[in-house]
Design a protein around this ligand. Structure first.
Ligand code: NAD
Ligand code: TYD
Length: 342
């Protein structure tokens, strides 16, 4: 089988490329990625040595480029990870989120219809459900929770999900959707909470915690996410939507303190800064459906996964140092320069 992985030079897509090459060596994996600021070919350096892997640079919203890819490669399966993925960037510049996350999804699915595929899988997020209150730990997102978004990012992802369901119903496109909670692990771009805090702590820089740090995220080790997507592709039915998460809820401030402790750094590095606009309070997934239907459960406990992640960043300094030395610094200034401390 030939699997096109869009956005495979990014965090989760890159991990998925390695997951597929390791677990399905009979398959061929093609990564199609525009290499935006978040795409990094260094992530795919090892995959490039594998004869069952190929990289093609291209934009999912570029119809001619996508059609020529399908014409030449005739993929069996398309897994769409390609997206603008950072909430803070979506608040600064929403338009690119609409282009890639919504229009790009439509262009990919049009090509799937035209050339024929056995499965289109949309990698979505629990953020499409909005947020949960902090004082109701009994509430969780199920697949039936109404879509109710807060940020331009989550609105663009929810729009894409609606388009996928519409293509399934109207054109019978064999499509599925997964909505996962926050991932962490190797190759995570250091603009997101966990890798940012690790690399800042290593440099003895301040750790910018939004507001009081009481917002809650439900953390999933990235390899567990990859395993779930792989199962959905191969065993899930077209039209299915699955939530993916493993009851690993943590307050941001607690995550930051765990990282500082593991690195032997003082909590005085924590700096409470102005809160994110429209900041979602709590995400929490009910994974009962995927557990019952496909037998998926996460293999990695947060305590183990965070330790493994920190060790990965310690062992792969060149990977993130190359990022930080580039345009990332200007970006950092733009995002944090105007934030006053609390
Ligand atoms: P990422 O930002 O690390 O990577 C995105 C990748 O997409 C990059 O390689 C980038 O170059 C590529 N890309 C961006 N625009 C493109 C375009 N127009 N055409 C082709 N490629 C393009 O993102 P991630 O964290 O790996 O997230 C991957 C997917 O998973 C996204 O769809 C995201 O919404 C979803 N998701 C992420 C999380 C999380 O915690 N990171 C959780 C749930 C769902
Ligand atoms: P993030 O990694 O951006 O993921 P998401 O917003 O998609 O959940 O942020 C995770 C949480 O950490 C979120 O509540 C915002 C918070 N946060 C900070 O406190 N400081 C930061 O510098 C960043 C990037 C995030």
């Amino acid at each position: 089988m030939k699997i096109v992985v869009t956005g495979g030079a990014g965090f989760i897509g890159g991990n998925f490329v390695y997951y597929e090459l390791a677990h399905h060596p009979e398959d061929f994996v093609l990564c199609y990625d525009a290499l935006t600021y978040a795409g990094n070919l260094e992530t795919l350096a090892e995959a490039q040595q594998n004869p069952h892997f190929k990289f093609v640079r291209g934009d999912i919203a570029d119809r001619a480029a996508v059609e020529s890819l399908f014409e030449q490669e005739k993929p069996d399966i398309v897994v769409n990870f390609a997206a603008e993925s950072h909430v803070d960037r979506s608040i600064e510049q929403p338009d690119i989120f609409l282009r890639t996350n919504v229009l790009g999804t439509g262009v990919l699915m049009d090509a799937c219809r035209k050339y024929g595929i056995t499965r289109y899988h949309q990698v979505s997020t629990d953020e499409v459900y909005g947020d949960l209150p902090l004082d109701r730990p009994d509430l969780f997102f199920t697949e039936d929770t109404p879509l109710h978004t807060s940020s331009p990012y989550s609105a663009s992802k929810a729009s894409a999900d609606l388009l996928v369901m519409a293509y399934h119903r109207t054109y019978n496109l064999p499509a599925s959707i997964s909505r996962c909670s926050n991932n962490y692990g190797p190759y995570h771009f250091p603009e997101k909470l966990i890798p940012l805090m690790i690399v800042n702590a290593l440099a003895d820089k301040k750790l910018p915690v939004y507001g009081a740090g009481e917002n809650v995220r439900d953390w999933l080790y990235v390899e567990d996410h990859c395993a779930a997507i792989d199962l959905i592709l191969r065993k899930g039915k077209p039209g299915d939507v699955f939530n993916i998460g493993g009851h690993n809820e943590r307050r941001n401030i607690d995550v930051v303190k765990i990282i500082l402790k593991a690195l032997g750094k003082p909590e005085s590095l924590i700096e409470h800064v102005t809160d994110r606009k429209g900041h979602d309070r709590r995400y929490a997934i009910d994974p009962a459906k995927i557990q019952a239907a496909l037998g998926w459960t996460p293999a990695t406990k947060f305590e183990d996964g965070i330790q493994r992640t920190i060790e990965w960043y310690l062992a792969h300094r060149p990977w993130w140092e190359h990022i930080i030395s580039g345009d990332y610094q200007q970006y950092y200034e733009k995002m944090y320069g105007h934030r006053g401390t609390l």
